[in-house]
Design a protein around this ligand. Structure first.
Ligand code: GLP
Length: 241
């Protein structure tokens, strides 16, 4: 695991974008694994700016997103599909047919089947991951075991609370979500885990403290993956124990 400390979120976004662009330049039909939340916004801004300046083309790129709330459609402002349209897909030239998103309004079993058959045939070339305060990745919440396949999750009260900032109240946050499992995540050829600010310091400190892999700290599974870069900001570093 390689650790990079960036000055701030902006610099971290640039570092992630450089890693993504290197992959896209080497393989124009690369499969990008994408996350939502505030963390990857800097990456998406850099990719969009570089596209508009003609520095990269994403015409051959394919994408797959990590997760989605159950019950929210792509036109709902808090759905992850909407987030992706707003922050990336509407700003670059990825063909609509190359975008894989979980549909929060469809039958979860059907969505799981679609995702798993896609992941059985395709490996993510580069994956951006954020992290929950409790160490979750995608929506793989702390549990006694890791789940390898795409699955339905009951969000923890902690995650519902953390994500309430995007809704008018915690009551409005969906209680269930669909997420890619650890199988799809760990199969990625390259992973960038980005984490910023004091709130993530505990999870990152626990992950880096030793060589254990603990399903109660989902991000610790990344110690088993082959090419992982952890990008933190100075604020997080200052709060590490
Ligand atoms: C959600 C997403 C995660 C993301 C996390 C952190 O729970 N499912 O993929 O990493 O939020 O969000 P933020 O980056 O806003 O801190």
């Amino acid at each position: 695991m390689k650790i990079i400390t960036a000055k701030d979120k902006k610099e971290a976004g640039r570092i992630c974008a450089d890693m993504f662009e290197e992959v896209i330049r080497e393989k124009e039909d690369a499969l990008l694994g994408l996350a939502t939340g505030s963390t990857p916004i800097g990456l998406y801004d850099c990719l969009s700016e570089d596209y508009s300046r003609g520095r990269i083309s994403m015409a051959g790129v394919h994408t797959i997103n990590l997760d989605e709330y159950v019950g929210l459609g792509r036109d709902h402002e808090q759905s992850f599909g909407y987030f992706m349209d707003e922050h990336l897909f509407s700003r670059v030239n990825i063909p609509a047919g190359n975008i894989m998103l979980l549909n929060g309004l469809s039958d979860p079993r059907k969505e799981i089947e679609i995702y798993e058959s896609f992941l059985a045939q395709n490996r993510i070339d580069i994956l951006i991951l954020g992290i929950g305060n409790n160490g979750h990745i995608g929506f793989n919440e702390p549990e006694p075991v890791f789940r390898t396949r795409t699955h339905l999750v009951d969000l923890t009260p902690e995650t519902i609370e953390a994500n309430a900032r995007f809704f008018t109240s915690a009551d409005e946050v969906p209680k269930k979500a669909l997420t890619m499992g650890m199988g799809g995540i760990c199969a990625a050829r390259k992973i960038c885990l980005a984490a910023f600010g004091a709130g993530k310091a505990d999870a990152i400190s626990r992950m880096l403290r030793d060589d254990t892999v603990d399903p109660m700290l989902p991000c610790s599974v990344l110690k088993l993956c082959s090419d992982v870069t952890v990008i933190i900001d100075q604020d997080l570093k200052d709060h590490m124990r």
